[in-house]
Design a binder for this molecule. Structure first.
Ligand code: HEC
Length: 460
């Protein structure tokens, strides 16, 4: 008879559950089919026949699917028509969808057209649709005027009308009077570079209208807090470089309104560490970069280093103390073991009691067994007495041993002290090495941090 083994059961269960796992999924099976074959006419950009299929919610609203009833689902009917039928979908295709794909859609509808967590996932997809790709085109006249300033005017990418205007490479000084023309492309202007230019606080009023600005370079200009005031409405600003300007803590107050700001560069600007950190706190996701040499940054770094080293030191001391305890325990155990062996040796006649003066070798060895034999012989008769005697003898021996001890003890103590000193030294060395390692780490980190801004700057 065949027995049902646990393995057979396991395999059966696995098989059953794996078939269930493969129920048709909207996100994994259906959406990709629609995306490939239908979104082009029924998607985000087009709604042929007033139908959009790129979001679960829109499919549901369209009424093109009857959950649980494939036969009454227009969407399925349309894709199962003959290719030459007027209503065949995907319209214009010269062949129907592959049979397996049609079957998947049918199966999914029959099973209840479950969208799973599509709403959640598609919700984030929708948010990700970048506004930057939806910008209208700047007028040719506007582009012409912008280029006439001598600035570099470039579209950011093929799929957007957003432009980058960079004044760094034009001949001559870039002054305030060039800025009003930027107002010709208030929607499209998303990156603006005025680094090293001669613009002033007053000139920045022309930037107030550039509501789509995401990156703004004002480093190495004469801008002060008064100029920053004009930027408070630039809600899309993500990057602002004020390196080498005259911005102070008061100017940072205006920056608190820029809720999308992610990076703010303030190297060599006269701002305080506290105010900069308060700003970083006030704008979630913002990283304020004061530069590695800002005294506040140096202090924060040193403080962190001190804290870390202190805790390293404490660890090292604790470990040294533990090592000391281990050492003492090992010594005690060693002494105890040696004493036991000594006692056994004495009992077995292999050695004299520890305290006795070592007698001449040959004699002792010979004499002892004889003595013992005698004692043993006597035992049966006068056991009690003998035992008493023995006990007394032992006591006497012990006493004698104790008297001798002082000298021995001194020597032992000295030895122990020396050992301890050596071990302490080793522990100290270890601690020192660990400290060194911690310091090195800190130094490396610092070096790495210093390198970063330079790289970032290069990337700009
Ligand atoms: C080349 C463009 C194009 C493609 C691709 C396309 N359709 Fe259509 N679709 C249309 C047009 C145009 C209409 C409106 C005219 C009509 O009803 O036939 C339409 C209508 C529909 C309708 C009927 C809408 C209603 O309100 O009755 C459904 C359902 C449909 N399409 C499903 C699909 C599906 C599913 C796909 C992908 C497998 C697809 N379509 C691909 C152009 C397209």
């Amino acid at each position: 008879m065949k027995r049902i083994t646990p393995l057979a059961i396991l395999l059966t269960v696995t098989f059953l559950s794996s078939t269930r796992v493969h129920a048709v999924s909207y996100l994994e099976d259906i959406k990709p089919i629609l995306k490939k074959n239908c979104y082009g006419c029924h998607g985000e950009e087009k709604d042929k026949g007033d139908l959009r299929l790129h979001l679960a919610s829109l499919i549901e609203e369209s009424g093109m699917i009857e959950a649980g009833d494939p036969g009454s689902s227009t969407l399925l009917t349309r894709i199962t028509l003959a290719v030459d039928d007027d209503e065949f979908m995907p319209k214009g295709a010269d062949a129907p969808l592959p049979k397996e794909q049609i079957d998947l859609i049918r199966e999914w509808i029959a099973a209840g057209a479950d969208y799973g967590n599509a709403a959640e996932i598609e919700g984030t997809e929708v948010k990700e649709t970048p506004w930057i790709e939806l910008l209208p085109e700047a007028s040719p006249e506007a582009m012409k005027q912008l280029k006439e300033t001598g600035a570099l005017v470039l579209r950011l990418a093929n799929n957007t009308q957003a432009i980058n205007v960079d004044f760094r490479f034009r001949d001559g000084d870039t002054t305030d009077d060039l800025l009003p023309v930027l107002g010709q492309a208030t929607e499209q202007l998303v990156w603006l570079n005025l680094a090293g230019s001669k613009v002033t606080d007053g000139g920045l009023s022309a930037l107030a209208a550039l509501k789509n600005l995401t990156r703004l370079h004002l480093e190495k200009t004469a801008i002060t807090d008064a100029g920053i005031q004009h930027l408070t409405g630039l809600e899309r600003l993500e990057y602002l470089n004020l390196y080498g300007t005259q911005i102070t803590d008061a100017g940072l107050e205006f920056i608190k309104n820029l809720k999308n700001l992610k990076k703010l560069y303030l190297w060599q600007a006269p701002v305080g560490y506290e105010a900069a950190m308060a700003l970083q706190e006030a704008v979630p996701g913002l990283e304020v970069n004061l530069g590695e040499d800002h005294p506040g940054v140096v202090r924060a770094r040193a403080t962190k280093q001190v804290e870390r080293s202190k805790s390293d030191l404490e660890d090292a001391i604790r470990r040294a103390e533990e090592a000391q305890k281990d050492k003492e325990a090992a010594e005690a155990s060693l002494a105890e073991g040696e004493k036991t062996i000594q006692e056994l040796d004495v009992a077995e006649g292999k050695a004299e009691p520890a305290a006795e003066e070592a007698p001449a070798e040959g004699e002792a060895a010979e004499e002892k067994p004889a003595e013992e034999e005698a004692a043993e012989e006597e035992k049966p008769a006068e056991e009690e007495e003998a035992e008493e005697e023995e006990a007394e003898e032992e006591e006497a021996e012990e006493e004698a041993a104790e008297e001798e001890e002082p000298a021995e003890e001194e020597a032992a103590e000295e030895e122990a002290a020396e050992e301890e000193a050596a071990e302490e030294e080793a522990a100290e060395e270890e601690a020192a090495e660990e400290e060194e390692a911690a310091e090195e780490e800190a130094a490396e980190e610092k070096a790495a941090e210093e390198e970063e801004p330079a790289e970032e700057e290069a990337a700009e």
